[in-house]
Design a protein. Structure first.
Lengths: 148, 148
DNA sequence: TTATTTATTTATAATCGTTATAATTAGTTT
DNA sequence: AAACTAATTATAACGATTATAAATAAATAA
């Protein structure tokens, strides 16, 4: 399953003439297998034992390469570090405002919003971003325990 | 119209024990009357002729105060500067990927998404963020002219 | 194969938005 | 007026990201 994702991703890169370096392979592999939404630094830390000389710049550079190839989505959070998400199928994120955890959920198209926005503003619409914020079950439990 | 918004905003601040300093008054006034989505630096630049000694920190501090009072919403964009939006009614933003312009549009509640997300993930949902991306009419026109 | 070009990585410095700190000023309360 | 508190200012620091230049690796041409 995840091997297939990796294989497809590598194929996509090859097609666009991007070299598959060991670092790139490892970063992609980590993104796919960790099943999380890591920051560039998370990735750097996770791989530094295998690539002791790797630079953070390499991580950033390659995440940009992957983003431009459409393999990876960047989730930006103001002053805080961006998180990177391997693109599989369309999904949205719900984010815990207490611990920062990000959980995926699916929701059938919000095409209607795009259409309405295009109609009202005259924009040519390309995409949208939707995030839901709240408190995850674990944090909610903790808050109850401490009678917050 | 905008005077009323300003008056209400000042009342809200007074109620929560926040002092109305000349700088705060000016920042709020600018946010309301500019009808735009300025960065902290935009505000700083717009007011520096009236407050030659004002510090950027003051702008940031007060935008945080306003945000915490619910008067202002902060729109974050990764590494780029946040934009600040005086809260009037519920609306969403459509952003031009070419020139960065932000235009408001209204859309009747996405409560259903919140409910579904809560149900699927077990989160206690507080809010959501939705943005649409595309190309504004002006940029689209330019692109056509240059046969892009 | 070797030489040459090109892409990639590395190391490091720089940038930029934002926040922290400490000193000063202004406003409030006693 | 004195004492206390809040807000502002000036400046330094921070952290995420990017730019730069040198070094290395890979691909292509000779």
């Amino acid at each position: 399953m995840s091997e297939l994702h990796l294989k497809n991703a590598l194929d996509t890169l090859k097609k666009t003439g991007v070299r598959i370096t060991p670092q790139r392979h490892a970063i992609l592999e980590y993104l796919i297998e960790s099943m999380s939404h890591p920051t560039a630094d998370d990735i750097y830390k996770a791989l530094e034992h295998r690539f002791p000389n790797m630079s953070v710049a390499t991580v950033y550079n390659n995440l940009r390469v992957f983003r431009e190839a459409g393999l990876v989505r960047e989730l930006t959070y103001g002053d805080n570090a961006s998180r990177f998400d391997f693109v599989t199928s369309k999904h949205y994120h719900i984010i815990c405002e207490s611990c920062g955890k990000i959980v995926d959920f699916h929701y059938p198209g919000l095409d209607e919003v795009e259409h309405l926005a295009a109609h009202v503003t005259g924009f040519k619409v390309n995409s949208h971003r939707l995030e839901v914020y709240g408190i995850c079950p674990e944090c909610a439990k903790k808050e109850n325990q401490t009678e917050e």
